[in-house]
Design a protein around this ligand. Structure first.
Ligand SMILES: Cc1cc2nc3c(=O)[nH]c(=O)nc-3n(C[C@H](O)[C@H](O)[C@H](O)COP(=O)(O)OP(=O)(O)OC[C@H]3O[C@@H](n4cnc5c(N)ncnc54)[C@H](O)[C@@H]3O)c2cc1C
Length: 394
């Protein structure tokens, strides 16, 4: 190490992590420019009315919906880290619901289609979804079964060369706008975990009913649906993956959903931290900037340490995934820790803002409301603890 470096230690916090290359940083720059210029100006309006469908088409046109998807289906063929970059840069839209609606497309519904779909299914749904011409949603949760996926009641019964589907799904993101749903059903209720099957059900099929637009605490820019399926007939070619293997397919899907959720939590926490840091340097009380009080300085130190810890967990786990591992325990830990600390950070940032933190115009309360979902969606804290605990043989 050069003498000059020893004399002047580098405290900079924005060092690039080793998983990212120059190409990732260029991608980061271009996504950020686009998000700030074309999405962020609409955030307040979209909080009121949900974001419009043209965002999918525009992001598809720019190649942002298929960053890590294979070139043969219109994707950019990038590695998993490109998907992390997208989820990190979406925070600059100041609109958690928008980021979530897009992530349902890119990191929740598309992966199982690409992993388990037939060539026809990929051409019919994945190719236009990557272009942003078709919108996807994912239906696991039901009014009577969320954490306990094995308790779902939606039934698909074979009838000749067709299946007849009955049941309901709730809290479905993109459910009002989607063209197709990746639907989790039971085909054999007596077969335990081997009795589940996934289907690709067009949302305009007779019997698919978009029953209710659900109101929620945060993520206001996204649409959330209660859906009913009444004698919906689909051909057997609508089965996604293997009949009877749907439970395992969806558990695999959830791992990607959880890791990208963890990345979004870290990015959301960093974003609200950065905005609050600026505020603490400017806001004066008792003759000095509030950030000069040791109590406040220590709050930032605590928050920064938590964010950095969560970030390292996400990046290391992403590295494992990229290198062919299926690290369920680490994904669960990253999801649990990142979503918890993001809520803690957002809460502390409201406190540091004082009354301004409670006001809508500063957007800090929105971050808290949006980030709060991450401790529930894609598997609650309690379920993450179950997965982690059981992984030790308990
Ligand atoms: C805004 C939003 C968007 C969503 N988008 C989608 C979507 O697009 N698609 C989709 O399928 N789902 C979606 N969900 C559903 C989400 O994944 C579920 O809400 C979540 O999995 C929890 O299920 P639940 O709400 O039924 O809670 P429940 O399972 O009823 O849990 C209630 C409480 O009991 C606890 N609990 C349950 N089981 C255990 C246990 N074994 N040990 C200890 N505690 C336990 C839970 O942790 C929780 O605290 C969304 C939810 C929200 C709020």
């Amino acid at each position: 190490m050069a003498t000059a470096d020893v004399l002047k230690p580098d405290f900079a916090s924005q060092r690039r992590h080793f998983i990212f290359t120059d190409e990732h940083e260029q991608l980061r720059e271009s996504i950020r420019r686009f998000v700030i210029k074309e999405l962020q100006p609409h955030a307040d309006e979209w909080e009121e009315n949900t974001f419009p469908d043209w965002v999918f088409a525009r992001m598809g046109e720019l190649g942002f919906l298929g960053l890590d998807k294979p070139g043969q289906y219109g994707g950019q063929g990038g590695d998993y880290y490109t998907s992390l970059v997208l989820s990190e840069e979406m925070v600059h839209a100041h609109c958690g619901g928008l980021a979530m609606g897009l992530a349902v497309q890119t990191d929740m519904a598309l992966p199982p289609i690409l992993a388990f779909g037939t060539e026809e299914q990929k051409q019919e749904w994945a190719v236009p979804a990557i272009k942003g011409e078709k919108i996807l949603c994912l239906g696991i949760t039901e009014p009577d079964a969320g954490s306990d996926v094995s308790g779902i009641k939606t039934r698909a019964i074979r009838d000749g060369d067709e299946y007849v589907i009955n049941g309901s799904k709730t809290y479905i993101t993109n459910g009002h706008r989607a063209h197709v749903i990746v639907l989790v059903t039971k085909t054999d209720p007596d077969a335990g975990y081997d009795g589940f099957t996934l289907f690709l059900v067009p949302m305009d099929a007779p019997g698919v009913i978009r029953e209710q637009r659900l109101q929620k605490l945060g993520m206001h820019a996204s649409d959330t649906a209660l859906l009913a399926f009444r004698d919906v007939r689909v051909p057997s070619s609508a089965v996604l993956g293997e009949v009877g293997k749907g439970f395992y397919h969806i558990m695999w899907e959830l791992q990607g959903e959880r890791l990208i959720g963890a990345a979004g939590s870290v990015a959301g926490a960093q974003h609200v931290f950065d905005r609050t840091l600026e505020y603490a340097k400017e806001r004066k009380a008792f003759g000095r900037a509030i950030g000069q009080f040791q109590v406040i300085r220590h709050k930032f130190a605590e928050m920064a340490t938590k964010i950095e810890t969560a970030r390292q967990m996400v990046y290391t786990t992403a590295w494992r995934l990229q290198n062919g591992e299926y690290p369920v325990r680490e994904i669960s830990m990253a999801k649990l820790y990142a979503s918890r600390i993001a809520v803690e950070v957002a809460d502390e940032c409201i406190q540091i803002h004082g009354g301004a933190g409670y006001m809508k115009e500063y957007g800090i309360e929105r971050s808290w409301r949006d980030l709060r979902l991450n401790r529930i969606g894609a598997g609650t804290d309690e379920i993450m603890l179950e997965v982690i605990g059981r992984s030790y043989g308990l």
